[in-house]
Design a protein around this ligand. Structure first.
Ligand code: IPM
Ligand code: MN
Length: 359
């Protein structure tokens, strides 16, 4: 297969983990006889610094022309504490999602047995937890009508975000949820706040109408506050969660930390144009340049990329290599066992590449 990949390394630890992601992608491609070409493009804080735009037109074109985007992370502390900054690195990510029509964000929450002791939850609660959160990614408060903080006619400073959803937006993401549920344990949990929010009542109404089309799937409904609680009390309850943008943002951070390390979870965003594959963690500016960032989420994002194109064996080999590295304690410092040898970002990546080449 021929694959054109747009490479958006972004900020912070992004370029370091991307280097390992690309090395793994190339090693797998070589092994299976795929022809891969790469095009690097700017995004995030360094794009603001270089061209004044966190998602420049040139980057958009590179993404549109590619078969897939491999994305690392964006964000820089110099913008975080400046609420009046005119442009922010995160706007680059949001622009990418919107312009590429990436309405479905797939975030698998899988536990690795050898890391369960790192979870803040009790071993017996979290072991075996395995669910996918399908987060709507181009609607809701993120993109609804906004008013930045300003003094209103009554002399009071106010601000506004609108949680807008239309029926087609809800329907298409629910269908993604059902497809995933069908391919898994056939249990879909629609997470909303229908006891309070009108937009959530639309979600629930549409889901109730659609559930008859999927009689093989058990559909249940859960308020988001309850879902947040259930996720730490009984994470194995869940198979597929489908939810709106903001709830999905919050729940997936919670989901990732119960597995023991945020540095391990990949994600895919799909929709009407080029799909994007990226770790769910951020740019970790404190770790930048220190060769300590965990490259596994980026590497597993490459596995998701191959799987998207139905290249299952390619994805499987990457997962096997990642599991082997963990089993053999080839781990970055945050998950290394006490007294274990120290491996950096580069060394973990190199070990995995070697594993792939020798297998
Ligand atoms: C995520 C991130 C982004 C989001 C930020 C960086 C804009 O937290 O991908 O979950 O809120 O969607
Ligand atoms: Mn988030």
């Amino acid at each position: 297969m021929k694959l054109k990949i747009a490479v958006l390394a972004g900020d912070g630890i992004g370029p370091e983990i991307m280097e390992q992601g690309v090395a793994v992608l190339s090693a797998v491609a070589e092994k299976f006889g795929h022809e891969v070409s790469y095009k690097e493009a700017l995004c995030g804080a360094h794009a603001i610094d270089e061209v004044g735009d966190p998602f420049p037109e040139e980057t958009f074109q590179a993404c549109k022309e590619a078969d897939a985007v491999l994305f690392a992370s964006v964000g820089d502390p110099k913008f975080d504490n400046n609420p009046s900054a005119k442009v922010r690195p995160e706007q680059g990510l949001l622009a990418m999602r919107k312009k590429l029509g990436l309405y479905a964000n797939i975030r698998p929450v899988e536990t690795f047995d050898c890391l369960v002791h790192k979870s803040p939850l009790k071993d017996e609660l979290v072991r075996g937890a395995d669910f996918v959160c399908i987060r709507e990614l181009t609607g809701g408060m993120y993109f609804g009508k906004k008013q930045e903080p300003a003094v209103n006619a009554d002399g009071v400073e106010d601000a506004l975000d609108t949680n807008y959803y239309s029926r087609p937006e809800v329907e298409r993401i629910l269908r993604v949820g059902y497809q995933y549920a069908r391919a898994r344990r056939k249990h879909l949990t629609v997470v909303d706040k229908a006891n309070v929010l009108a937009s959530s009542r639309l979600w629930r109404k549409v889901a109730q109408e659609m559930m008859g089309e999927y009689p093989d799937v058990t559909t249940d409904f859960m308020y988001v506050d309850n879902a947040a609680m259930r996720m730490i009390q009984d994470p194995r309850f869940f198979d597929v969660i489908v939810t709106e943008n903001t709830f999905g943002d919050i729940l997936t951070d919670e989901g990732s930390c119960i597995t023991g390390s945020m540095g391990l979870l990949p994600s895919a965003s799909t929709g009407s144009s080029t799909p994007v594959f990226e770790p769910i963690h951020g740019s970790w500016p404190q770790g930048k340049g220190l060769n300590i960032a965990n490259p596994l989420a980026q590497i597993l994002s490459v596995a998701m990329l191959f799987e998207y194109f139905d290249l299952k064996n390619e994805g499987k080999l990457i997962r096997e290599a990642v599991n082997a590295s963990l089993d053999q304690n080839v781990r970055t410092p945050e998950i290394q066992v006490e007294g274990g040898e120290k491996y950096g970002t580069k060394e973990v990546g190199a070990w995995i590449v070697k594993y792939i080449k020798n297998s």
